[in-house]
Design a binder for this molecule. Structure first.
Ligand code: FAD
Length: 693
């Protein structure tokens, strides 16, 4: 048997692809021969009807829909005309990636799972659902380990004759029995008070020797915990396989390069893009919050060249941002590559690399510079994956530091990895600063850094007001130097935008250009019939698209005397009336002109001590409750469309719960029945969310 199986991924931002590649590598090392493809290659590179064994890694986009790359495949297998034995030859498993901050967690992987079953395919290993809200690796790692065992079982049996739907949950003993030698390195750690001694007992490669951890290091609680195991990890530890090197950088000091002539991220397609990249001019930036506000919000106005991009209120667009210059410089210095950082460098595949399917990442130009890659192409803030940490440990000379890095990426150190790396989101530079004897070659670092992704923002303007101007609003993300983070930082994009705004919008300075592109959004739009009532609910920057909606309706009314606009209600929430009530004067104006039928604002911090919520509502949902009869009437009798925008972590869930509660009371039905009504509203496109974390 050739031990071949089909390995597919459906990726929007690259995460599913990265996980599929991880599976590919691991499977290959276990002697399997995965055939790896994007779902977009359906019928070109694979034909699922002809396959026996399939592993699918797929994510869910905001509304629980398939990623763009999976749409064609999804349409194919969804066809109603397909018989229910269409995939009866196929045994499969799915690893779904999602984020439980959003409603419909992993809805898309569930839909695929259900459809495969309807078409007669059967599981050979249970579907897994990994949650980005708590850490994908919590599910991904054990799921992949179990998959290797399940594949062994498949190939030790005759796939054709396996019967029954293999819903393996938990893994059957027989799979555990065939769990043989682990591909990863094993390390023995024996505690010898006050020091820890580690001994490498890898079956494949010797990844280190006896090491000693300095247990006297007590520089601050969290830092000391990052630097040493508290409590110590005892006994044998298992660390992930060392990623195979696959890139080589060749420097040509005599050549020069015009970095401005390079395509952005080597011309690689941007996620959810419906246009190419457009260079917009940042013409104005206005601070919408008072100095003593908890967060600083900026409204930015962009000028877009005539007819390059059309948008509608409710649309979002992507901003192709840059990493912080100082942070990039610090990485360059720390990796001791200052002398070549600005030289022309050729990026090539390392000759004789053992990495299967190795390729220069699509988002990197093959002729570039180190600084350019680190500034514009690579995500230098990504919390380091375990394989990355193992690689760093290999290039760490001080034995206690090396041992600690090995612990942090070990199976036994999983909870420490979560607490000290993932949760505080420690970046490459954090680790380099915390472990001074770690100095990996730049090529190994570039191999491990994922792509710097653009950030989406919702338009807070209407093209009817000015066709070639676009506004958006954002909070500057501030991330303090606590929890092991070695330096304070701003969010990548919001930090970059705020710097552009403050430094470059001086009189006489040329206005900065920023690269943007339109993103697909077919749902979060105003109803085509303007007489349909709308209910808008947003907190903080979630008010952005609603400003666009309101200005759009106002412009439509001004353009035609016969224009009939239905009632528009806005529920807005912020902390303090005087500090962070975004677009206050504009909202009050729109309310006074009658465009906005009802403006209801809740101030969470002004009213935090108020006993009577009916007089001093704290959150948007308090106001919804206070006006529940009218809101239910609009929604259930007048067929209003409801829009929720903003923070996915709390607000959208609280609003959802409030609606389920008020609908059940209004109609005297159970909350379960109210939930089904809400589901129906969602399906009909009358409960729309545009939320982000
Ligand atoms: P990043 O560098 O990406 O950092 C953000 C991350 O830092 C957070 O996810 C969190 O993990 C971490 N973090 C933040 N604060 C802390 C802290 N105190 N301590 C520790 N860690 C912390 N945003 C808007 O402001 N306005 C919009 O209109 C808007 N529209 C959007 C529309 C869509 C469809 C989507 C998906 C998102 C939208 N966003 C919007 C969010 C926006 O895209 C960015 O995610 C946000 O601005 C942060 O980007 P950043 O690069 O500055 O931060």
């Amino acid at each position: 048997m050739d031990r071949r199986f089909l390995l597919l991924y459906g990726s929007q931002t690259g995460q599913s692809e990265a996980v599929a590649e991880e599976i590919f590598e691991k499977a290959y090392e276990h002697g399997f021969r995965p055939d790896l493809h994007s779902l977009s290659m359906t019928e070109k590179k694979f034909n699922v009807e002809k396959e026996n064994l399939l592993v699918l890694v797929i994510s869910s986009t905001g509304d629980g829909e398939p990623p763009d790359s999976a749409l064609k495949f999804w349409r194919r297998i969804r066809k109603k005309t397909l018989p229910n034995n269409h995939l009866s030859k196929l045994r499969y498993t799915i690893l779904g990636l999602g984020d439980s901050n959003y409603s419909n967690f992993c809805q898309n992987p569930q839909n695929f799972d259900a459809r495969f079953k309807e078409l007669g395919a059967r599981h050979f290993y249970p579907t897994g659902f990994a949650d980005d809200a708590i850490g994908l690796e919590i599910v991904v790692e054990p799921w992949i380990d179990g998959l290797m065992d399940a594949l062994k079982l498949q190939f030790s049996e005759n796939i054709e004759t396996c019967s029954g739907d293999a819903q393996i949950s938990p893994l059957p003993d027989q799979i555990n029995e065939i769990r043989d030698e682990v591909d990863s390195a094993k390390i023995d750690i024996k505690t010898q008070q006050p020091n820890i001694t580690s001994k490498v007992v890898s079956n494949e490669e010797q990844t280190g020797e006896a090491k000693t951890v300095d247990s006297n290091n007590t520089a601050g609680d969290m830092v000391s915990s990052l630097l040493k195991s508290v409590p110590p990890i005892e006994g044998q530890i298992v660390i992930p396989a060392l990623p195979h090197p696959f890139l080589e950088l060749e420097f040509c000091e005599d050549e020069s390069i015009d970095l401005n002539s390079l395509s952005l991220q080597n011309g690689a397609e941007f996620p959810s893009a419906t246009t190419g990249v457009i260079m917009a001019t940042l013409v104005a930036s206005t601070t919408l919050t008072r100095q003593d506000a908890v967060k600083t919000a900026l409204d930015v106005q962009l000028e877009i060249p005539e007819s390059t991009m059309t948008y509608e209120p409710g649309d979002s667009f992507g901003i192709v941002c840059k990493n912080n210059d100082e942070e990039v410089e610090n990485i360059i210095q720390r990796l001791a590559v200052s002398d070549v950082a600005d030289c022309v460098c050729y990026l090539k595949l390392l000759e004789g690399t053992k990495k299967k399917n190795a390729a220069v990442p699509k988002f990197l130009a093959t002729r570039t510079t180190i600084r350019h890659m680190l500034s514009t192409c690579c995500d230098i803030r990504t919390p380091l994956k375990k394989g990355f940490i193992h690689m760093l440990a290999e290039y760490t000379t001080e034995s206690s530091e090396k041992a600690r890095l090995q612990e942090l990426c070990s199976k036994q150190g999983a909870s420490q990895y979560t607490s000290f790396i993932r949760e505080p989101s420690l970046s490459l530079l954090d680790i380099l600063l915390a472990f001074p004897s770690c100095c990996p070659p730049i090529a190994r670092v570039i191999e491990q850094l994922p792509r710097l992704l653009p950030r989406p923002y919702s338009a807070s303007s209407s093209p009817l007001v000015s066709r070639n101007h676009l506004h958006f609003v954002f909070n500057i993300v501030e991330i303090p130097s606590t929890c092991g983070r070695q330096y304070g930082r701003k969010g990548v994009c919001t930090g970059w935008l705020s710097e552009l705004s403050s430094h470059q919008l001086q009189d006489g300075e040329p206005k900065p250009k920023i690269a943007i592109y339109a993103r697909k959004n077919l749902r979060f739009r105003l109803p085509s019939d303007p007489s349909v009532p709308i209910i808008l609910i947003g907190a903080g920057t979630g008010v952005a698209p609603f400003i666009g909606f309101l200005q759009h309706r106002e412009a439509e009314m001004q353009a035609s005397k016969d224009f009939v606009c239905g009632p528009i209600w806005l529920f807005f929430g912020c902390r303090h009336k005087e500090r962070d009530y975004l677009y206050r004067s504009e909202l009050e104006r729109l309310n006074s002109t009658g465009i906005l039928s009802k403006l209801l604002v809740a101030f969470s911090r002004d009213n935090q001590d108020a006993v009577d919520k009916t007089k001093s509502p704290r959150y948007v949902q308090d106001n919804i409750r206070l006006h529940s009869a009218e809101v239910c009437n609009l929604l259930l009798e007048k067929n209003a469309v409801l829009y929720v925008c903003g923070d996915a972590r709390n607000m959208s869930k609280d609003v959802n719960a409030m609606f389920s509660n008020i609908i059940s009371q209004h109609l005297s039905i159970s909350e379960k029945e109210a939930d089904s009504m809400m589901m129906k509203l969602r399906q009909e496109g009358r409960y729309l969310e545009d939320i982000w974390t």
